[in-house]
Structure formats: structure tokens, C-alpha cells
Design a binder for this molecule. Structure first.
Ligand SMILES: O=C(O)CCC(=O)C(=O)O
Ligand SMILES: [Fe+2]
Length: 316
């Protein structure tokens, strides 16, 4: 059987007036991809390609710099999210290093001195991801026949979004996992990956590669959207397998909700279509906290993981 291919859609019509038929076709393809995989790729997304390639280059330079230079960027002890450079203790159950960035202007952001253009490039990438995130948010709102503003009306606070630059070392004989199988807590995540394959999504018990494509960005559904949409789209389990003989570089941008939001399935996906909500209301930041705690305890068994099923309403 041929390996299933994650769909790639061209977003050009969404940057123009009109083209309603083309837009509808794209929305239909994304709906199908979200139902089948929870993943799709986008091209002609408006994020300049010279910026994405420069971002991958400067981030690689930073991660390849000496340890003491990287450790100078360690997070501040009082940061709400560990903005700055992080590395899992060795040995760890995952093998990656990463740098978290909060929205430009946050007092908690820490940038390296070298490469000197690091900060400017990261801030520009963040702003571009914010913009494309809003376009994707409108498209996902429309996917199930609802107006494009449904998700923005529910949450218009972008201050909880964040960006991570990630660096995976080559696989060793003993260990190939770069990021353990997980689901994202976001509404959705936008991933920029370099040309080195490694990101995989689980479907029907099999791992399917999200093949790198020049100029493309990857989008995946997260837990928050699954809850808001009452399970119409599922937050997919995914992982990163490290390549042989070379490192891998990526960025993940988490389009989140405000942590102060109480989240539950929206009436458009429940009451208005006479469907009972599958989740009880919960405070988003409480869920973020629980997930962070379980991650720091190195929980690796699926049955021990905290997931949104913690808030599921039992079926009658
Ligand atoms: O590195 C990647 O390609 C994806 C990373 C990821 O899944 C995450 O940070 O949640
Ligand atoms: Fe992820």
C-alpha cells in the first residue's frame, strides 16, 4: 500500500478579493485533511521565503555555538514560560535543545549576542507567524460552514502565543527519538522545518512522515481547537524521529488562547446543531500547567499522560 500523503494547499486566493470558488475548494481540502490527519501543509502563505531560510540559518548557528554562550540565554527564574535557551538533562527521554520566544517586547525574552542578527530575525519571524496564524484561524473557522470570525470572536488575545526554535542532534545507535509522541495544547501549531525529514503523525497506528517541502509551512490542530469544535477536528499525536548523520532544525509557533479563558465546546458546534458538549468547561491555563508538570516528570506512557480526556463528559 502506498504511504498516504499529507495534503498541501496553495493559499494564494486568500490574499486576494473575490475568488470565492477557489477559496471554497481550499477550505474543503483543509477540512478533509483535518478530519483525516489533523495536519496539512501550506504554500504561498505570505511569509517571505528569504526570512524563513535566514531564520533556519541563524538558529542553527546559535545551537552550534559553544555551550557557555548558549547557557547565558537560560530562562529567568520568574518567567511564566521558560523563555530563552533550554536543554533537557542528559540522559533524557527526548533529545533536543530549544529556545522559547514570547511575543516581541516581552520582558522575559532572552536573545543571544551571536549571531548578531538573531533577535531581529526571530522578531520578524514571530510577527509573520502571527499574521499567517490569523489567516489560518479564519480558514479553520470557515471549515465547518461557520463565519470566518468565529474563533477570533471567542479569543482575540494573542499575548499567549509563543515561538520555539528547536535543534535535534543526529540519531545515535541507541536512541532515535527527538520529540516523544505528543499532542499540542495550542489551538493550532505552525511548523517551519528544514530539509531534513523527521516529523511524523500517527494515523490508525502507523507513523506517517510530514515530508519537508521547499517553501511550505506545516499546520497541525491542537487540543484547544479540538475542545472548541467538540471533536469535529482531532488534535493528532505526532513525534520527531532524528535523522542519521545530521542535525535537524525547526520552528514551532503555537497559536494559543488566552490562559484566562474558560474553554468548552462552542455553541455553534453543540447547542445550535443539537449536539451535547463532549467536554466540561475548564480554565485553559490550568490545563497548560498540568501538561507542563506531566512533561517535567518525564511521563512517557500514553495512559499516564494528562490529556483533554481529563475534562471529557462521560458518555451516557
Ligand atoms: O520539530 C518539529 O518538527 C515539531 C515539533 C513539535 O511537535 C512541537 O514542538 O510541539
Ligand atoms: Fe508538537
Amino acid at each position: 500500500m502506498a504511504t498516504p500523503k499529507i495534503p498541501t494547499v496553495d493559499l494564494t486566493p486568500f490574499f486576494k478579493e473575490g475568488y470565492e470558488d477557489e477559496k471554497r475548494k481550499i477550505i474543503d481540502s483543509i477540512t478533509k485533511a483535518c478530519c483525516e490527519y489533523g495536519f496539512f501543509q501550506i504554500v504561498n502563505h505570505g511569509v517571505p521565503l528569504d526570512l524563513t531560510s535566514q531564520a533556519l540559518k541563524v538558529s542553527k548557528k546559535f545551537f552550534e555555538s559553544p555551550n557557555d554562550a548558549k547557557l547565558k540565554c537560560s530562562p529567568l527564574p520568574n518567567a511564566p514560560v521558560p523563555a530563552g535557551y533550554n536543554k533537557k538533562p542528559n540522559p533524557s527521554y527526548e533529545f533536543n535543545e530549544f529556545l522559547i520566544m514570547l511575543p516581541p517586547g516581552s520582558d522575559f525574552n532572552i536573545f543571544p549576542e551571536n549571531p548578531p542578527e538573531f533577535r531581529e530575525v526571530m522578531e520578524e519571524l514571530f510577527s509573520q507567524f502571527l499574521k499567517i496564524g490569523m489567516v489560518v484561524e479564519r480558514i479553520l473557522s470557515e471549515c465547518l460552514g461557520l463565519p470566518p470570525c468565529v474563533l477570533k470572536e471567542f479569543n482575540d488575545d494573542r499575548s499567549w502565543d509563543f515561538l520555539i526554535a528547536i535543534f535535534y542532534l543526529p540519531a545515535t545507535e541507541k536512541e532515535r527519538i527527538g520529540a516523544n509522541p505528543h499532542k499540542d495544547v495550542s489551538c493550532f501549531t505552525i511548523v517551519l522545518q528544514d530539509e531534513v525529514a523527521g516529523l511524523e503523525v500517527e494515523k490508525d497506528g502507523e507513523w506517517i512522515l510530514i515530508a519537508p517541502q521547499p517553501g511550505a509551512l506545516v499546520v497541525n490542530i491542537g487540543d484547544a481547537l479540538q475542545v472548541l469544535m467538540n471533536d469535529k477536528f482531532k488534535s493528532p499525536r505526532h513525534r520527531v524521529v532524528r535523522p542519521n548523520g545530521r542535525s535537524r532544525n525547526s520552528f514551532a509557533f503555537f497559536h494559543n488562547l488566552s490562559g484566562d479563558k474558560w474553554i468548552q465546546p462552542l455553541p455553534q458546534y453543540t447547542k445550535e446543531i443539537v449536539e451535547p458538549p463532549k467536554y466540561r468547561p475548564f480554565l485553559y491555563k490550568e490545563y497548560l500547567q498540568k501538561r507542563r508538570e506531566s512533561k517535567s516528570k518525564n511521563v512517557t506512557r500514553l495512559e499516564d499522560e494528562i490529556t483533554i480526556s481529563h475534562y471529557a463528559v462521560p458518555e451516557e
